[in-house]
Design a protein around this ligand. Structure first.
Ligand SMILES: *Cc1c(COP(=O)(O)O)cnc(C)c1O
Length: 452
């Protein structure tokens, strides 16, 4: 399978290169050249073990690895997930379900993509003989999941900048308590944007990037999307037969990566009625799907911080398909967006989608209502999925994080604090972090000194 850029200005590349490049050289995002159909027997089988299903689906896209090798990489990526099902479907009532995506090492769905990416990095280093330094900035979940994916991998060191005091204590512990000597968490004075600006400056300087063999923790890597497509099929296969006709997937959404993965696998033949885009009070995507206007506003901090996003990078992938794979049109729309800061999508067809937005009060109310109605505790991101749910439909709400990651909000909502053993264990571990001055020069010097 080859991968092409949404903007049409880069050559088609292999799975290996789409993975290693992250962003296409023309600034576009990689998408599969064609979307293959799911094998016809896949959907009538009973739930396969998660790794087996993941080989079947990833194998449709990855024609570069020897299949046995792919099996090995997938097994390594998902073998440690605490629940043997990896992504168990929990039935709340006759037709309401939750897909738990928080059984990976950092208790958010981001582990599905980033565990696989960590193993692919290691494999790439073995294959090319070149070590790499991963450099990124994080406001929480992505950094901890990336660190968990890269800890103790050979030939790669990871440098992750985060705004000191502005991520949760548990998230900080997830990054600083790995005990791995190839991981360098760097708290910096300033905001997430300040951290991101330093990373962008260093990555944007091609000489530095080459000299230090820098790679990004990419939120736009196509491999993350492919990995996430798997659990939609896994969820479908766990549904009772009487619930399979008319399923809605409800997805707490920020960067549009997770929901795009579901929509993509729907194009490949997974029967889905509607996708529900559930945002927090940063509702750019909710407005888009209701009006066709893509218009960012200022980011408002919320109780669901991993969705505090205005510009949803993966939307460009959806736009490309909406344009019937017309890359020139996508390029000119993205240019319009970059020039004007807004985009009107003509004849916007949102027929597969519904959208809701949820403010902080709604988050608290939904956590409480789900607890009272179903005796089930959802995290603040998942709570957005319960906003205005149409209970006459079969809904699968994606639970994107474990409630124990957000004890303060849960306590506010229901007066009790959920616990998780792995998070409790972290509180006893030693934290290792590196104080470095928040300038590109100082960070560059630090990476040079501790390079892989
Ligand atoms: C990242 C994240 C989201 C948003 O997912 P996108 O793919 O960016 O839409 C939702 N919930 C949690 C817990 C997250 O970490």
């Amino acid at each position: 399978m080859q991968f092409v850029s949404t903007r049409g200005g880069s050559d088609p590349v292999s799975f290996f290169d789409a993975f290693a490049n992250g962003l296409a050289p023309d600034g576009g995002l990689y998408v599969p050249k064609n979307l293959p159909l799911l094998p016809s027997d896949l959907l009538i089988e009973d739930a396969l073990p998660y790794p087996a299903l993941a080989w079947d689906i990833l194998g449709l896209f990855d024609s570069d690895h020897d299949p046995d090798h792919l099996v090995e990489i997938v097994d390594k990526s998902y073998g440690d997930f605490s629940d043997t099902m990896s992504a168990p479907l929990i039935q709340l009532s006759d037709n309401q379900f939750v897909l738990e995506l928080f059984h990976g090492p950092t208790l958010s769905f981001k582990d599905f993509g980033l565990q696989l990416i960590g193993n692919l990095f290691e494999e790439q280093i073995e294959r090319t003989g070149t070590t790499i330094n991963v450099l990124g900035a994080t406001s929480g979940d992505t950094g901890s999941a990336a660190i968990a994916g890269l800890a103790d991998k050979k030939g790669v060191n990871a440098f992750v900048l985060y705004p000191e005091g502005r991520i949760s204590k548990l998230q900080e512990r997830q990054m600083t308590c790995t005990g791995a000597d190839n991981i360098f968490p760097i708290p910096i004075k300033g905001s997430f944007d300040d951290a991101q600006a330093i990373v962008k400056e260093l990555m944007g300087d091609l000489k530095t990037k080459e000299e230090l063999r820098l790679s990004a923790i990419n939120s736009i890597n196509i491999v993350r999307i492919l990995a996430q497509a798997v659990y939609y099929v896994h969820a479908y296969m766990q549904l009772p037969p009487e619930n399979r006709d008319d399923v809605n997937f409800v997805v707490p959404t920020g960067n549009f990566g997770n929901i795009f993965a579901g929509w993509m696998v729907h194009q490949m033949g997974l029967p889905v009625d509607q996708f529900v885009v559930a945002t927090n009070q940063n509702d750019i995507l909710c407005r888009l799907f209701n009006t066709g206007e893509y218009e960012p506003e200022a980011v408002l901090p919320s109780y669901a911080p991993s969705m505090d996003i205005q510009v949803a990078s993966n939307f460009e992938r959806f736009l490309y398909y909406h344009n019937e794979k017309d890359a020139d049109k996508t390029l000119s729309q993205m240019a319009e967006f970059m020039a004007n800061g807004t985009l009107t999508v003509p004849n916007f067809d949102a027929s597969n989608f519904e959208a809701v937005a949820c403010n902080d009060e709604d988050v608290l109310r939904n956590i409480k209502a789900v607890k009272e109605t179903y005796d089930y505790v959802v995290d603040p991101h998942t709570a957005c999925g319960f906003q205005d749910l149409d209970l006459s439909k079969t809904n699968v709400v994606l639970a994107t994080a474990h409630a124990a990651k957000f004890p303060d909000v849960i306590k506010k909502a229901i007066g009790e604090v959920p616990e998780d053993e792995s998070l409790e264990a972290l509180k006893k571990k030693k934290q290792v972090k590196y104080a470095v001055e928040a300038t590109p020069e100082a960070i560059k010097a630090f990476v040079t000194e501790h390079s892989a």
